[in-house]
Write a protein that binds this ligand. Structure first.
Ligand SMILES: NC(=O)c1ccc[n+]([C@@H]2O[C@H](COP(=O)([O-])OP(=O)(O)OC[C@H]3O[C@@H](n4cnc5c(N)ncnc54)[C@H](O)[C@@H]3O)[C@@H](O)[C@H]2O)c1
Ligand SMILES: [Zn+2]
Length: 341
């Protein structure tokens, strides 16, 4: 068994991410020594049992619901109640086992109990491995929007055991691949030849480097939203029929076409985007015809990164960067060009 390890260098909050088949076997050694109680937060459908790995500690398993409606303050309260019932102190620890929903909610609860206890994430979805579990953003939804309430709370360690992917539904694999595709464009490296463990490790490393430079998203961390301006709009305008990752995939190729029209990149770089997203990850790159361009533009203008009209992350001679005030007429032309013919 050869595991890969990526260190997230954040001073006294630094931590390691262990990646590879069988990585969960290291869980016990990654828990804080003083922790005698462990609350395992997971979901019913996740066939990954960590309880036998936790030795003689006082361990309790707590299931939360699935779907974005479970990403709520009620779910957080249920976790805090479970901690209370087991008498958890500030030395104890939460182990989250699941996709991004579980790691976001469990991480948030960990940041609140005794004003913050340790959390170790065992990421079981591809998206959680390459994105959600890394970097310390936690949160829940309110009726006013997604991820509106949360905290920055770095985990003590993250485990990405790629064996977990065997049971992940195909639609969730596609979603994770859309998010993974974006990493190909955030560095100059060609990641196409890497096997799954190497690829997850490289994505984690790219995210770690960005988080190290900008933990609280004052600047560079926004690059992780590459493909997301149109992606979020497609997700919402399709009523979530197009999943987040699949929408990001379309958004990535759209952003490349827009960048070419603005003279920032050439056609070969657009073709590289198409090759990665469509050919390598097998994702659709065409904008579904049923979506109203007027509505997409309105949604993109409301994007949280949009300080000034239409804002995109665009590739260019200096790599990807945030570009404000993009011409609406040009955006509409590229939307028309991106539709399925
Ligand atoms: N904190 C961050 O930086 C960050 C980044 C990206 C996304 N997110 C959040 O992550 C969430 C999405 O995460 P997700 O895509 O992992 O979705 P998810 O956590 O909802 O998981 C999707 C489904 O897959 C199931 N599942 C997970 N692992 C499984 C496995 N190994 N086998 C079988 N089923 C499994 C889950 O039970 C769930 O039903 C969103 O809430 C999003 O806001 C957070
Ligand atoms: Zn995303």
């Amino acid at each position: 068994m050869s595991l890969k390890r990526v260190q997230v260098e954040l001073g006294d909050r630094a931590y390691g991410v262990l990646i590879g088949s069988g990585a969960v076997g290291e869980l016990s050694s990654l828990l804080p020594e003083r922790a005698t109680r462990v609350l395992v937060v997971t979901q019913a459908g996740i066939p990954f049992d960590v309880l036998p790995l936790l030795g003689s500690r006082n361990v309790r398993r707590h299931e939360i619901g699935a779907g974005e409606s479970a990403k709520s303050i009620d779910t957080v309260m249920s976790i805090l109640d479970a901690l209370g019932e087991m008498g958890a102190t500030r030395n104890d620890v939460i182990v989250s086992v699941g996709g991004g929903l579980v790691t976001d909610v469990a991480g948030f609860a960990a940041s609140l109990w005794h004003r913050g206890i340790g959390v170790v994430h065992v990421a079981t979805s591809l998206l959680a491995m390459v994105d959600a579990a890394i970097g310390g953003k936690t949160g829940i939804n309110t009726r006013h929007g997604k991820n509106l309430v949360g905290s920055f709370w770095q985990p003590r360690a993250v485990i990405c055991d790629t064996d977990a992917l065997a049971s992940l539904p195909a639609s969730e694999i596609r979603g994770g691949r859309g998010e993974m595709a974006k990493y190909h464009f955030l560095t100059g490296d060609d990641l196409l030849a890497l096997g799954i463990d190497e690829l997850v490790a490289r994505c984690v490393q790219i995210k770690a480097e960005i988080v190290e430079q900008d933990e609280r998203e004052g600047g560079r961390r926004a690059l992780l939203n590459y493909g997301h301006t149109l992606g979020h709009a497609i997700e919402r305008e399709s009523n979530f029929a197009v999943s987040h990752g699949e929408a990001v995939a379309i958004g990535l190729v759209f952003a490349a076409k827009l960048a070419r029209r603005m003279g920032r990149i050439d056609s070969s770089r657009v073709e590289y985007h198409e090759r990665v997203v469509r050919d390598h990850y097998g994702l659709s790159i065409d904008l579904p015809k049923a979506l109203s361009h007027d509505r997409l533009v309105v949604l993109m203008q409301g994007d949280k990164k949009a300080l000034n009209g239409l804002t995109f992350i665009l590739d260019g001679p200096r790599g990807c960067e945030v570009v404000n005030g993009v011409d609406e007429a040009l955006v509409r032309e590229v939307l028309a060009e991106s539709e399925v013919r």
